[in-house]
Every structure is written in C-alpha cells, then in structure tokens.
Design a protein around this ligand. Structure first.
Ligand code: COA
Length: 331
C-alpha cells in the first residue's frame, strides 16, 4: 500500500474585500458584533469574471507550481464544492477543461464545509490502492451570491464568503509520511439545521414565483445549535485520528480546522488541549469559505511559515448535513 503526500498547496481569493463596515451599510449589524461573535473583520466576495472554475483554476495552478509539477501530471481530480458554476455539469469538469486534461476523471463532492476533507479522503484512497500516482484535490465556493443581504439574513450574511484552494497529492512508499489517516462522518438527522430550502428539484418548474415568497431561497441556520454540535464533533473526530495513528495531542504541530467561527476554533483548541500557537485561524480576513476554507488556510499557513515540511498536521471540519471529518498528515 502506498501513502499519499501533499506536495503543493495554492489558493485564490477574489480581489474584492468586503469589510464589516461595508456590511453595516447593507443591514443592521456592527463591526463590534461581528468581531466579537465570529472573529471576522473582512472577507472576499467575487467580482465580474470570478467563477468557481476561474478561482479553482488559479488555486490549482499555484498548487502545481509549488509542487514542481505541470497540469499534465495530474491523473485524478476531486472537486469539493456545494454548487458548480451551473447546475450541471459538476465543477470538476469545468476545472479539468481549463487545465486541459481531457479524459482525466473529475469527481465532485458536495459535503459543504467538510467537502475538502471528504475529497482528500477519496483521493488518498485512490492513491493508496495504486490506481493513481498524482491527484488534485480542490475546494472552491461562491457563497456571496446566495446571501440575504438585508437585516433578515444578517446572522448568515456576515459569515460566508468566496474563494478557492487546491492541493496536489502524490504517492509515496514511506508509510510514515503523507496522509496517515482520514475519517469522514455524516448524520442526516440534522439536514434541517443548516440548509437552503428552495428551489427544490422535484417541483416543475424548479424556478417559479412561489419560491421568492418569504426567505426560502436563502441559507438558514440554527446558529447556536450548529455551534454546540461543532464544538463537540471537532474534538471527537480529531481524537479519532489520533487514536487511529497512536499519536497524542502533544505530537500535533498545527491544527487547521475548517474556519467557521473564531469562537468555535478557540473552543476546539482548548477542548483538545492545544495552545493557541498550534491552532491556525485566518477567518479574520477570509470569512467562512465552506469547502475552500481548509486548503486556503493551509496555503496561507505555509506562506506565513506556520506549516513546515515534516510537521504533524491535523485537519478537521464540521458542516451542513451534519457532516464532519478529520485527517492527520505528516506534511
Ligand atoms: N449583527 C448584529 N446582531 C445579530 C447578527 C448580526 N450579524 N446576527 C444575529 N444577531 C442578533 C440576533 O438577532 C440576536 O438578537 P436577540 O438577542 O435580540 O434575539 C443576537 O444577535 C444573538 O443571536 P445568536 O444567534 O444567539 O448569536 P450567537 O452568539 O449564537 O452568534 C452565530 C451567532 C451565527 C455567529 C453563531 O451561532 C455561530 O457561529 N454558529 C455556528 C456557525 C457555523 O459554524 N456555521 C457553519 C458551520 S460550517
């Protein structure tokens, strides 16, 4: 059995920066409330020309460059996003076309904030079994166009943002190197706690005036409920990865959790017993970019010298579904 190793990570954030002060002009909120409750100061939203395909393309090119590889080396693409640029085909196919890789399989994963780790686990298994040597794992998301930018939608509108991140995986024969373990979970009993209700695909036509009555076309979240589950499931799935490999919290050099809320990240760090310097946060400047948040954070952690070769890296996520996941990686 092979292991798969992350050899290049890249990200792309749209140029447009939306500050909390900008949001104050759109809805009844305040910089103070947003910072205190979420840690977020600003986030990136797309402008004309940014698409899921274009952002993921930029992130993938950066990841390939850092891996010292070319697009032609990639044999498998796993693409995590909640929505493709169009309802179909999937985002992976649009990226594959941009990379010029006809014939290379492109798989889409729709597991919200846990999507990148589901995608990573999938690519890892294909490499482990010897099916492919090099894979590209992507998380890309446009959330800003889904938001209710009035006071009615403020609890969610201040959180979510856009961006893309990508990681290049390659096979290694060293069983102590690369991705050591991955763990993925879901519980569909909680589908109603964080979701977008409309449009539904079983209504013909899917788009009809009725869906615009009320606020069913916007994301809905029971914030406190989600918060409580997140701070329980993150530590659970991190411990699962530690138990599977025989490592302890003390061995972890850096924890990069999905960036949902700074208070969640801090609570998770405390619950697993990691000091703040071993827990990475960039939500202050990115907001919650759902499937893109972990690869963007990895890429920024590398740029800041916080994540180095040889580090024991723990990745963890929690999101809609509910879904939750972790990975332990010798970086
Ligand atoms: N600006 C100002 N006030 C706001 C606001 C905003 N953007 N959003 C909500 N409020 C108000 C509420 O209306 C409420 O007012 P009330 O007390 O008069 O009713 C008050 O702030 C408290 O709301 P509450 O929802 O209890 O706040 P909270 O401390 O739970 O924080 C979240 C809200 C959404 C930040 C928090 O619950 C959260 O982060 N949840 C998990 C999010 C998450 O992880 N989601 C994605 C999973 S990947």
């Amino acid at each position: 059995m092979k292991n798969s190793k992350i050899v290049g990570v890249g990200h792309y954030l749209p140029e447009r920066i939306v500050t909390n002060q900008d949001l104050e002009k759109m809805m009844d909120t305040s910089d103070e409330w947003i910072r205190e409750r979420t840690g977020i100061r600003e986030r990136h939203w797309i402008t004309e020309g940014d698409t899921i395909a274009s952002m993921s393309h930029q992130a993938a090119l950066k990841a390939l460059e850092r891996a010292g590889m070319e697009a032609g080396d990639i044999e498998f693409i796993v693409f995590a996003t909640m929505m493709s640029d169009q309802i179909f085909p999937g985002g992976g196919c649009f990226l594959q076309q941009k990379l010029g890789l006809p014939g290379v399989p492109a798989m889409d994963v729709r597991n919200a904030c846990s999507g990148f780790l589901y995608a990573l686990a999938t690519a890892d298994k294909f490499i482990k079994t010897g099916t492919y040597k090099n894979a590209l794992v992507v998380g890309a998301e446009i959330q800003s166009t889904s938001l209710d930018l009035t006071t009615r939608g403020r609890d969610i509108a201040v959180l979510f943002a856009d961006g893309a991140g990508a990681a290049v995986l390659t096979a290694t024969d060293d069983p102590t190197d690369g991705i050591l373990t991955t763990h993925i979970h879901a519980d569909g009993n909680y589908t109603d706690k964080l979701r977008v209700e409309q449009p539904v695909v079983y209504h013909n036509p899917r788009l009809h005036p009725g869906i615009f009555e009320g606020d069913a076309i916007y994301p809905k979240m029971e914030g406190r409920y989600v918060f409580k589950h997140a701070v329980t499931k993150f530590p659970e799935v991190i411990n699962e990865a530690l138990e599977a490999t025989g490592y302890t919290t003390d061995d972890i050099d850096l924890l990069i959790p999905h960036q949902a809320n700074l208070r969640i990240t801090e609570a998770v760090g405390q619950r697993v017993g990691l000091p703040p310097e071993k827990v990475f946060s960039n939500i202050q400047t990115t907001g919650n970019t759902t499937a893109a948040s972990i690869p963007i954070a990895m890429s920024e952690a590398i740029e800041q010298g916080r994540l180095k070769k040889g580090d024991l890296l723990c990745l963890a996520a929690f999101g809609a579904g509910f879904t939750w996941a972790s990975a332990l990686v010798r970086f």
